[in-house]
Design a protein around this ligand. Structure first.
Ligand SMILES: CC(=O)[C@@H](O)[C@H](O)COP(=O)(O)O
Ligand SMILES: NCC(=O)COP(=O)(O)O
Length: 254
């Protein structure tokens, strides 16, 4: 199995990838150019983001092809391109060669990414696609539920990185459910490390729920978007990102 070299993000702290999809959602509501995703990406860099994440959905409901063109040519931070495991998206990734490609499941009818990629069931479809991304030097990450069988399949299929879907944790309705979902994430993060996968997490993370996740020592990166863009309405994007950074560092006692 050929794995691409280790991530080239700087430093050892827990990295923050700022997802700018929903800057584009607001822009698209009026069909113009404001707010500009590139400006958001530059601001995120100034505020301490370690990377930019953008999900080019098949229906282009937020990020568009032209956004990826501009992000690739004009930002200095690494781009993590979230994409469906399709030939169309593979061609786009191979053309742009972003730092990372995160394969996510997509359903046109869903409001947001509802579950993790089924690596176990989709193994035969995913293997050649991941092989081509690996061969192009693009760091492949698989957005999966925190389940050991999915992690084992991710390792076997040749992905160097997994991103644990934190949506169930974020949506948990009482303390017992929060504990249970956190325990699933903790177990998955430990298992990822034990089998040699770099482990990231994200989806639905906010100021009030990020600390227990950021404290999981095996995690190397969090990707956070929707909350930061919403909070920017009140405190500005830079303020929201800085506050998230503080909480993540506090969780690691940096
Ligand atoms: C895969 C994922 O979690 C992100 O892409 C994030 O959810 C923002 O995009 P959507 O809200 O369109 O799912
Ligand atoms: N992969 C998760 C991500 O990029 C951000 O998710 P969210 O914070 O927008 O829910």
């Amino acid at each position: 199995m050929s794995l691409v070299p280790p991530s080239n993000f700087p430093g050892q702290r827990l990295r923050l990838g700022v997802n700018i999809d929903h800057v584009a959602t607001i822009r698209n509501a009026r069909g113009g150019a404001h707010p500009d995703v590139l400006r958001a990406a530059h601001l995120a860099a100034d505020a301490g983001a370690d990377g930019i994440t953008a999900h080019l959905r098949e229906d282009r409901r937020h990020i568009r092809d032209s956004d990826i063109d501009r992000l690739m040519s004009e930002i200095s931070l690494p781009l993590n391109l979230e994409m469906a495991a399709t030939e169309e998206m593979l061609a786009i990734a191979l053309r742009h060669r972003p730092h990372a490609a995160c394969l996510v499941p997509e359903r046109r009818q869903e409001r947001t990414t509802e579950g993790g990629l089924d690596v176990v069931g989709g193994y035969d479809h995913l293997a050649p696609l991941i092989g081509r991304l690996n061969d192009a030097g693009i760091r492949v990450s698989l957005f999966i539920a925190p389940e050991r069988d999915q992690l084992d399949a991710a390792r076997k299929v040749g992905a160097p990185v997994v991103e644990l879907h934190t949506g169930r944790y974020a949506d948990a309705e009482d303390a017992a459910e929060v504990e249970m979902e956190l325990a699933r994430l903790a177990d998955a993060a430990r298992h990822a490390e034990a089998i040699g996968l770099e482990c990231h997490a994200g989806h639905g993370l906010r100021f009030d729920n990020v600390v227990p996740v950021a404290a999981l020592p095996q995690l190397r990166e969090l990707n956070i978007g929707h909350f930061l863009v919403g909070e920017a309405v009140f405190v500005g994007l830079e303020g929201a990102i800085r506050q998230m950074r503080v909480l993540m560092d506090q969780a690691r006692a940096i």
